[in-house]
Ligand binder design. Structure first.
Ligand code: 13P
Length: 254
Protein backbone atom coordinates (compact mmCIF):
# COMPACT_ATOMS: atom_id res chain seq x y z
CA UNK A 1 0.00 0.00 0.00
CA UNK A 2 1.48 3.32 -1.11
CA UNK A 3 1.77 6.43 1.04
CA UNK A 4 -0.32 9.38 -0.07
CA UNK A 5 0.46 13.08 0.16
CA UNK A 6 -2.47 15.36 -0.59
CA UNK A 7 -2.25 19.08 -1.29
CA UNK A 8 -5.24 21.00 0.07
CA UNK A 9 -4.94 24.25 -1.85
CA UNK A 10 -7.98 25.62 0.03
CA UNK A 11 -9.32 28.90 -1.47
CA UNK A 12 -6.01 29.92 -3.02
CA UNK A 13 -4.60 30.24 -6.58
CA UNK A 14 -6.70 33.16 -7.70
CA UNK A 15 -6.10 33.24 -11.46
CA UNK A 16 -5.10 31.17 -14.46
CA UNK A 17 -1.73 32.90 -14.43
CA UNK A 18 -1.16 31.99 -10.81
CA UNK A 19 -2.09 28.41 -11.60
CA UNK A 20 0.35 28.25 -14.50
CA UNK A 21 3.16 29.54 -12.30
CA UNK A 22 2.25 27.01 -9.62
CA UNK A 23 2.18 24.05 -12.03
CA UNK A 24 5.46 25.12 -13.63
CA UNK A 25 6.95 25.23 -10.15
CA UNK A 26 5.80 21.67 -9.49
CA UNK A 27 7.16 20.51 -12.86
CA UNK A 28 10.53 21.97 -11.96
CA UNK A 29 10.63 20.36 -8.54
CA UNK A 30 9.69 16.99 -10.00
CA UNK A 31 12.41 16.85 -12.65
CA UNK A 32 14.35 13.62 -12.30
CA UNK A 33 12.35 12.50 -9.25
CA UNK A 34 10.35 9.33 -8.92
CA UNK A 35 8.34 8.46 -5.86
CA UNK A 36 7.62 4.79 -6.19
CA UNK A 37 6.11 4.45 -2.70
CA UNK A 38 4.02 7.60 -2.61
CA UNK A 39 1.03 8.88 -4.49
CA UNK A 40 0.81 12.66 -4.88
CA UNK A 41 -2.60 14.33 -5.14
CA UNK A 42 -3.38 17.99 -5.79
CA UNK A 43 -6.80 19.24 -4.67
CA UNK A 44 -7.46 22.73 -6.05
CA UNK A 45 -10.64 24.81 -6.03
CA UNK A 46 -13.11 23.30 -8.54
CA UNK A 47 -12.49 26.02 -11.08
CA UNK A 48 -8.93 24.79 -11.67
CA UNK A 49 -9.75 21.12 -12.20
CA UNK A 50 -10.05 21.40 -15.96
CA UNK A 51 -6.77 23.31 -16.18
CA UNK A 52 -5.02 20.66 -14.13
CA UNK A 53 -6.48 18.04 -16.46
CA UNK A 54 -4.61 19.65 -19.37
CA UNK A 55 -1.37 19.64 -17.45
CA UNK A 56 1.18 17.30 -19.00
CA UNK A 57 2.53 16.08 -15.68
CA UNK A 58 1.21 12.62 -15.06
CA UNK A 59 3.04 11.97 -11.80
CA UNK A 60 0.29 13.72 -9.86
CA UNK A 61 -3.35 12.75 -9.36
CA UNK A 62 -6.22 15.17 -8.96
CA UNK A 63 -8.79 15.62 -6.24
CA UNK A 64 -11.54 18.04 -5.25
CA UNK A 65 -12.29 19.88 -2.03
CA UNK A 66 -15.99 19.09 -1.79
CA UNK A 67 -18.80 17.28 -3.59
CA UNK A 68 -22.58 17.18 -3.39
CA UNK A 69 -24.42 13.98 -2.49
CA UNK A 70 -26.73 13.85 -5.51
CA UNK A 71 -25.50 13.04 -9.02
CA UNK A 72 -27.56 15.56 -11.00
CA UNK A 73 -30.43 18.01 -10.84
CA UNK A 74 -31.78 21.16 -9.20
CA UNK A 75 -29.10 21.81 -6.61
CA UNK A 76 -27.99 25.35 -7.38
CA UNK A 77 -24.29 25.93 -7.02
CA UNK A 78 -23.39 22.37 -6.11
CA UNK A 79 -20.89 20.08 -7.83
CA UNK A 80 -21.84 16.51 -8.67
CA UNK A 81 -19.62 13.50 -8.07
CA UNK A 82 -20.25 12.53 -11.71
CA UNK A 83 -18.79 15.89 -12.79
CA UNK A 84 -15.74 15.28 -10.64
CA UNK A 85 -15.27 11.84 -12.13
CA UNK A 86 -15.68 13.20 -15.66
CA UNK A 87 -13.10 15.89 -14.94
CA UNK A 88 -10.55 13.30 -13.83
CA UNK A 89 -10.82 13.52 -10.04
CA UNK A 90 -9.76 10.46 -8.13
CA UNK A 91 -10.06 11.91 -4.63
CA UNK A 92 -12.20 14.33 -2.67
CA UNK A 93 -11.42 15.86 0.71
CA UNK A 94 -14.46 15.60 2.98
CA UNK A 95 -15.27 16.54 6.57
CA UNK A 96 -12.65 19.28 6.70
CA UNK A 97 -12.93 21.35 9.87
CA UNK A 98 -13.08 24.60 7.87
CA UNK A 99 -16.25 23.41 6.12
CA UNK A 100 -17.65 22.20 9.43
CA UNK A 101 -16.93 25.60 10.95
CA UNK A 102 -17.79 28.08 8.20
CA UNK A 103 -20.51 26.15 6.36
CA UNK A 104 -21.97 24.23 9.30
CA UNK A 105 -21.34 20.88 7.65
CA UNK A 106 -22.09 18.02 9.99
CA UNK A 107 -21.24 14.33 10.14
CA UNK A 108 -24.48 13.39 8.40
CA UNK A 109 -23.69 15.66 5.45
CA UNK A 110 -20.21 14.19 5.29
CA UNK A 111 -21.64 10.67 5.36
CA UNK A 112 -23.92 11.40 2.39
CA UNK A 113 -21.00 12.90 0.49
CA UNK A 114 -18.78 9.89 1.20
CA UNK A 115 -21.49 7.55 -0.07
CA UNK A 116 -21.91 9.66 -3.24
CA UNK A 117 -18.16 9.79 -3.88
CA UNK A 118 -17.73 6.04 -3.46
CA UNK A 119 -20.76 5.35 -5.65
CA UNK A 120 -18.92 7.23 -8.41
CA UNK A 121 -15.50 5.65 -7.94
CA UNK A 122 -13.93 8.63 -6.15
CA UNK A 123 -11.90 8.04 -2.99
CA UNK A 124 -12.84 10.26 -0.05
CA UNK A 125 -10.13 11.69 2.18
CA UNK A 126 -12.11 11.91 5.41
CA UNK A 127 -10.84 14.43 7.97
CA UNK A 128 -11.45 13.79 11.64
CA UNK A 129 -9.99 15.43 14.71
CA UNK A 130 -10.70 17.30 17.90
CA UNK A 131 -10.66 21.07 18.34
CA UNK A 132 -8.85 22.95 21.10
CA UNK A 133 -11.79 22.66 23.52
CA UNK A 134 -12.06 18.92 22.96
CA UNK A 135 -8.41 18.09 23.58
CA UNK A 136 -9.20 16.08 26.70
CA UNK A 137 -11.84 14.02 24.96
CA UNK A 138 -9.89 13.52 21.72
CA UNK A 139 -10.53 9.78 21.39
CA UNK A 140 -14.28 10.16 21.90
CA UNK A 141 -14.50 12.94 19.31
CA UNK A 142 -12.56 10.99 16.71
CA UNK A 143 -14.57 7.80 17.23
CA UNK A 144 -17.90 9.64 17.05
CA UNK A 145 -16.90 11.35 13.80
CA UNK A 146 -15.72 8.05 12.31
CA UNK A 147 -18.90 6.23 13.36
CA UNK A 148 -21.20 8.92 11.95
CA UNK A 149 -19.28 9.72 8.78
CA UNK A 150 -18.70 6.08 7.86
CA UNK A 151 -22.21 4.84 8.68
CA UNK A 152 -23.28 2.27 6.11
CA UNK A 153 -19.85 2.04 4.45
CA UNK A 154 -19.04 -1.62 4.03
CA UNK A 155 -16.08 -3.87 3.42
CA UNK A 156 -15.22 -3.56 -0.24
CA UNK A 157 -15.81 0.23 -0.04
CA UNK A 158 -13.90 1.26 3.06
CA UNK A 159 -10.56 0.29 1.50
CA UNK A 160 -11.05 3.26 -0.85
CA UNK A 161 -11.38 5.76 1.99
CA UNK A 162 -8.31 7.58 3.28
CA UNK A 163 -8.67 8.69 6.90
CA UNK A 164 -6.89 11.88 7.86
CA UNK A 165 -6.31 12.73 11.50
CA UNK A 166 -6.32 16.51 11.47
CA UNK A 167 -6.45 18.03 14.97
CA UNK A 168 -8.19 21.35 14.45
CA UNK A 169 -5.93 23.10 16.94
CA UNK A 170 -2.87 22.22 14.84
CA UNK A 171 -4.12 23.67 11.55
CA UNK A 172 -2.28 26.73 10.21
CA UNK A 173 -0.20 27.01 13.30
CA UNK A 174 2.99 29.02 13.43
CA UNK A 175 3.45 28.13 17.05
CA UNK A 176 5.53 24.99 17.72
CA UNK A 177 3.52 24.47 20.94
CA UNK A 178 0.46 23.99 18.76
CA UNK A 179 1.90 20.98 17.01
CA UNK A 180 1.23 17.45 18.15
CA UNK A 181 4.16 15.27 19.13
CA UNK A 182 5.02 12.02 17.40
CA UNK A 183 3.36 10.22 20.31
CA UNK A 184 0.16 12.29 20.07
CA UNK A 185 -0.16 11.41 16.40
CA UNK A 186 0.70 7.78 17.02
CA UNK A 187 -2.02 7.59 19.70
CA UNK A 188 -4.58 9.08 17.32
CA UNK A 189 -3.51 6.61 14.65
CA UNK A 190 -4.04 3.72 17.06
CA UNK A 191 -7.48 5.02 18.08
CA UNK A 192 -8.48 5.16 14.39
CA UNK A 193 -6.92 1.78 13.69
CA UNK A 194 -8.71 0.15 16.61
CA UNK A 195 -12.03 1.54 15.38
CA UNK A 196 -11.37 0.23 11.86
CA UNK A 197 -10.33 -3.21 13.12
CA UNK A 198 -13.51 -3.36 15.24
CA UNK A 199 -15.76 -2.37 12.34
CA UNK A 200 -14.08 -4.03 9.38
CA UNK A 201 -11.67 -6.64 10.75
CA UNK A 202 -7.88 -6.68 10.83
CA UNK A 203 -7.31 -7.79 7.25
CA UNK A 204 -9.43 -5.01 5.73
CA UNK A 205 -8.15 -2.37 8.17
CA UNK A 206 -4.60 -3.05 6.95
CA UNK A 207 -5.65 -1.75 3.53
CA UNK A 208 -6.96 1.59 4.81
CA UNK A 209 -4.54 4.49 4.74
CA UNK A 210 -4.42 6.70 7.81
CA UNK A 211 -2.63 10.02 7.31
CA UNK A 212 -1.95 13.21 9.26
CA UNK A 213 -2.86 16.85 8.53
CA UNK A 214 -2.18 20.12 10.36
CA UNK A 215 0.81 22.42 9.78
CA UNK A 216 2.86 19.74 8.02
CA UNK A 217 6.12 21.28 6.80
CA UNK A 218 9.49 20.02 5.60
CA UNK A 219 10.95 20.52 9.07
CA UNK A 220 8.36 18.41 10.90
CA UNK A 221 7.12 15.86 8.34
CA UNK A 222 9.49 13.12 9.49
CA UNK A 223 8.66 13.50 13.15
CA UNK A 224 4.91 13.93 12.78
CA UNK A 225 4.03 11.87 9.72
CA UNK A 226 6.75 9.23 9.35
CA UNK A 227 7.84 8.42 12.91
CA UNK A 228 4.21 8.19 14.02
CA UNK A 229 3.54 5.43 11.48
CA UNK A 230 1.16 7.50 9.37
CA UNK A 231 0.86 6.62 5.67
CA UNK A 232 1.10 10.19 4.45
CA UNK A 233 -0.08 13.75 4.91
CA UNK A 234 -2.72 16.30 4.04
CA UNK A 235 -0.82 19.53 3.48
CA UNK A 236 -2.32 23.02 3.54
CA UNK A 237 -0.14 26.12 3.46
CA UNK A 238 3.11 24.38 2.52
CA UNK A 239 1.47 22.80 -0.52
CA UNK A 240 1.25 26.26 -2.08
CA UNK A 241 5.04 26.34 -2.36
CA UNK A 242 6.11 23.63 -4.83
CA UNK A 243 9.57 23.26 -3.31
CA UNK A 244 8.23 22.70 0.22
CA UNK A 245 5.47 20.41 -0.96
CA UNK A 246 7.75 18.15 -2.96
CA UNK A 247 10.25 18.13 -0.09
CA UNK A 248 7.46 16.81 2.16
CA UNK A 249 6.69 14.15 -0.47
CA UNK A 250 10.39 13.16 -0.50
CA UNK A 251 10.48 12.83 3.28
CA UNK A 252 7.33 10.73 3.38
CA UNK A 253 8.48 8.58 0.46
CA UNK A 254 11.61 7.79 2.52
P1 13P B 1 -2.08 23.74 7.16
O1 13P B 1 -1.11 22.71 6.61
O2 13P B 1 -1.97 25.06 6.53
O3 13P B 1 -2.07 23.76 8.65
O4 13P B 1 -3.53 23.20 6.77
C1 13P B 1 -3.86 21.93 7.13
C2 13P B 1 -5.11 21.58 6.50
O5 13P B 1 -6.15 22.14 6.81
C3 13P B 1 -5.06 20.56 5.46
O6 13P B 1 -6.32 20.09 5.17
Amino acid sequence: MKNIVVANLKMNILSVLEREVYLKGLDKELIGKKFSDTEIVICPPFIHLEGLGKWKNKKISRGALDVFWEDKGSFTGEISPVMLKNFGCEYVVLGHSERRRFLRENDQDVNLKIIAALRNGISPVLCVGEDANQKNEGAGVIIKQLKNCLAGIKNGQIENVVICYEPVWAISSNNPDHLPTTNDVMSARLIIKKFLVGEYGLRVSEKIRIIYGGSVAPNNAKEICVDSGMKGALVGKESLTPRSFIKIVEIING
